[in-house]
Design a protein around this ligand. Structure first.
Ligand SMILES: C[S@@+](CC[C@H](N)C(=O)[O-])C[C@H]1O[C@@H](n2cnc3c(N)ncnc32)[C@H](O)[C@@H]1O
Length: 285
């Protein structure tokens, strides 16, 4: 098989990446290796285990890590005003004060901290919920060790511009007052938020889900890069990880091809997918 095709096949099989997206970058990677060494190099790469430094270094240029806090205002407004309050109310009614979020393909962590901030607001804004002692967890996962290191560090700077803060909607700016008043150059999560959010290296296509019984899963701006069978595998895994009644948030450009097993939750600006609750929430203790 030609060398480029071997790399295309490995990326498709292991990461789920569509061949039309990887083609030009594969060529660029091959050209960096002297002609006489290419055969050996490709054999070495395609046989490296997925967590090996060689494979990780090879896939990094193919991954797009674009992200920022409170990305996609319309979705997050619906999440903050309707979806999270309803999910928190369901947990409250169940008597089990635990809430789990999985942020799949979270890149450098801004999305996971956004979810944790929104969850904390939803609990504080409910008089009943605010009285309870909650166990909250947000698990951010990504394939890339490089961005996960940044996420774990949890320091977001403005030295190179507002990058991570460039589109924070007005309803959320109070979380970053120091940044927007130009009194601070770095934002980092407070201790309680840090305890809530953990990060793990996971491939959404082939690794088991990092949580079960999740209330909410965000998987945004990644499925567009994957081929259809890989998207199906990822969605099946997320369906399994949600509790009955739990909600999946995809990117605004992502459509569910197979909606069986899902109910659509929508307002005029956003669409979310809910795993139907067999009955009212019933969670094994
Ligand atoms: C464009 S970023 C999206 C970040 C965030 N979800 C957001 O919407 O702002 C896509 C992320 O998906 C990750 N990714 C790509 N393929 C993946 C896979 N198969 N499993 C897990 N993460 C993957 C990349 O490393 C990258 O950090």
């Amino acid at each position: 098989m030609p060398l480029a095709d071997q790399l295309t096949a490995a990326l498709l099989q292991r990461v789920g990446m569509r061949a039309d997206i990887t083609a030009s970058k594969i060529q660029a990677q091959l050209e960096k290796v002297p002609q006489s060494e290419r055969d050996n190099w490709v054999t070495h790469i395609v046989n490296s285990p997925p967590h090996s430094p060689e494979w990780q270094e090879f896939i990094e240029p193919f991954l797009i890590h674009e992200t920022y806090f409170f990305r996609h205002e319309n979705q997050l407004e619906f999440l903050a005003s309707k979806v999270l309050p309803d999910l928190v109310a369901e947990r409250l009614k169940s008597g089990r004060f635990e809430f789990r979020i999985w942020c799949a393909a979270c890149s450098s962590g801004e999305e996971a901290y956004t979810a944790a901030l929104l969850l904390r607001d939803a609990i504080q804004n409910s008089r009943e919920a605010a009285k309870k002692d909650w166990r909250l967890s947000v698990t951010g996962t990504d394939l890339s060790a490089e961005v996960l290191a940044k996420a774990r560090l949890g320091e977001y700077h403005t030295s190179a511009g507002l990058h991570s803060f460039r589109d924070v909607p007005s309803f959320a700016r109070h979380h970053f007052t120091g940044i927007f008043q130009r009194e601070e150059k770095t934002w980092h999560p407070d201790e309680a938020l840090k305890r809530t959010v953990q990060f793990q290296q996971r491939n959404i296509v082939s690794d088991p889900a990092p949580v079960s019984d999740a209330d909410l899963i965000l998987c945004r701006n990644v499925l567009i890069y994957l081929d259809e069978p890989s998207v199906s595998r990822a969605i099946t895994s997320m369906h399994g990880a949600l509790r009955p009644g739990g909600v999946l948030v995809l990117g605004p450009a992502d459509m569910l091809k197979h909606t069986q097993g899902w109910e659509l939750l929508t307002n005029q600006k956003a669409m979310f997918w809910r795993k139907p609750a067999a009955t009212a929430l019933s969670i094994p203790r």
